[in-house]
Design a binder for this molecule. Structure first.
Ligand SMILES: *Cc1c(COP(=O)(O)O)cnc(C)c1O
Length: 355
């Protein structure tokens, strides 16, 4: 992973802001490092690969991304290990998933080496921006959008791919109170739910706002047809421990294939846990919660790794789940994943890319 094969032009910032980095007051996604990676697609190929100073972009008012929404993104993290190494968690998975999303949104494919070497070049030049305070990390946001200036409805013929990086503080996710959504939908079969498409997020904001007004932190989406089966949380996949089984929805066209989801399932299987990917109904979850066999419920995603679900709301009822400290599996997974990502234990799965 350290061999450089691509020609990436480096334009260093003449006005570095690194001195302004306040490691003790980092929020999520507000501060960005000095540089960004950019590549442009036209005439069927990617060109102009460069690292340049972080800054504004200029758009033509007819830019088709703004009108018809061809825009996709990724999210991953880099960590500073105690021995000084920079570790990135499974970036190859994000490079692949970007292309799956691109295919669904009728956008250009990006060679994985552009993703990975662009990422590497950006982290090398901005390595001092990777925070070192306990629990902190560098959040990395690769994204691609249409750049044709044309109002006709057709796939853009030109695209831009970029990577920006944001030092983020300790992301301790408070246990969340979720609402099972039975009116609105995030994704329907055959739609774009399995693509990390910008528009999916826009469509989820209104129902999420309504839920927040009712006092919930997040939604659990259900199938668009009958609102009978659990899907995911919209920024996280969702898992349940019922009895001794770890259960999660299978990957369908309505579920985003999370890297964390894959990692957690792989890890749990390696520990001998009974892991099941199958459709899981709302009724089953509620029945298990009522009977006391629902031992754990949690969201899995890059931002939090594990977000414990404290309570589940369904229509006018609320089901409170067992105390967080009693949750053996999700706590064990969380500790293991954090240790692995930060290079404190052996990387037995070969998941870390070291820079
Ligand atoms: C990104 C995302 C997830 C989590 O994926 P990770 O790769 O684990 O971060 C889950 N659901 C949706 C809808 C997402 O966009």
């Amino acid at each position: 992973m350290t061999v450089k094969t691509l020609d990436i032009l480096v334009q260093r910032s003449t006005n570095p802001r690194i001195e302004t980095l306040d490691q003790n007051n980092l929020q999520f996604g507000k501060v960005f490092s000095d540089h960004m990676f950019v590549a442009d697609y036209k005439d069927g190929q990617w060109d102009n690969l460069k690292i340049m100073p972080y800054g504004s972009l200029e758009f033509d008012p007819a830019n088709s991304m703004m009108h018809y929404g061809q825009s996709i993104f990724e999210g991953l993290k880099a960590f500073r290990a105690e021995d000084g190494r920079v570790l990135v968690f499974r970036p190859d998975m994000n490079a692949k998933r970007l292309n799956t999303s691109a295919e669904r949104m009728c956008m250009a494919q990006l060679p994985e080496e552009i993703f990975l070497e662009g990422l590497q070049a950006l982290l090398e030049i901005d390595k001092d921006w990777i925070p070192t305070t306990p629990g902190s990390s560098m959040y990395i946001r690769p994204f691609m959008f249409a750049t044709d200036n044309f109002l006709g409805v057709r796939p853009s013929e030109t695209y831009r791919f970029m990577i920006i990086a944001s030092p983020s503080g300790s992301y301790y996710s408070k246990p969340v109170n979720v609402k099972i959504e039975t009116t609105y939908s995030r994704a329907a079969m055959g739609g774009t739910g399995s693509a990390k498409a910008a528009g999916n997020y826009a469509a989820a904001l209104y129902p999420a706002k309504l839920a927040q007004e009712e006092g919930f932190d997040q939604l659990i989406w259900t199938d668009a047809k009958e609102h009978k089966y659990i899907e995911e949380a919209g920024t996280m996949n969702v898992m349940f421990v019922i009895g001794d089984q770890l259960i999660t929805s299978p990957l369908t066209s309505t579920i985003l294939p999370g890297v964390t989801r894959d990692s957690v399932l792989t890890l749990a299987k390696s520990w001998g846990v009974d892991v099941v990917e199958r459709a899981i109904s709302v009724d089953e979850v509620i029945e298990a919660a009522t009977k006391g066999t629902l031992k754990e419920a949690f969201g899995v995603g890059t931002a939090a790794t594990i977000a414990h679900i404290n309570s589940i709301g369904l229509e006018d009822d609320k089901y409170v789940l067992p105390a967080i400290e009693s949750r053996e599996l999700s706590n064990r997974i969380y500790n293991y994943m954090e240790d692995l990502k930060r290079g404190r234990i052996e990387d037995s799965f070969g998941w870390n890319m070291s820079i």
